[in-house]
Design a protein around this ligand. Structure first.
Ligand code: SF4
Length: 113
């Protein structure tokens, strides 16, 4: 089996589960609907998505990602989006999304001591 970084096979980058009772769970997805990131890997990290913040019954700040299509919009596009943002993850501190949205940290911003 080839490592994912060198293979030309893109089959691992996404799938669509049309049998899911929640499908399609987000409106506005124009490309193939990618279910691979159903639980978004960026939920605990800074991201550029249009999330809203709410407080759960334990008093914890949470993201409501209902309006976000970034992890779902196209197999290759959503795969690349998630990989890029996981290169230098920054833990989310519970703040509302900014305007303009949070930018991906540059390499020199995360390599400081
Ligand atoms: S707003 Fe979008 S990118 Fe951000 S955590 Fe939610 S689903 Fe993931």
């Amino acid at each position: 089996m080839e490592p994912k970084d060198t293979t030309y096979n893109e089959a691992f980058k996404g799938f669509t589960n049309t049998a899911c009772p929640f499908y399609p769970c987000h409106k506005g997805v124009e490309r193939e609907f990618n279910c691979l990131f159903c639980y978004c890997p960026l939920i605990a990290y800074e991201c550029p998505g249009p999330y809203k913040v709410f407080t759960d019954k334990h008093g914890l700040k949470r993201k409501d990602c209902s309006d976000c299509t970034l992890p779902h919009n196209g197999y290759r596009q959503s795969w690349n989006f998630i990989q890029k943002w996981l290169e230098r993850p920054v833990v989310w501190d519970g703040h509302e999304q900014t305007s303009p949205p949070v930018q991906r940290p540059r390499e020199d911003e995360t390599e400081r001591g």
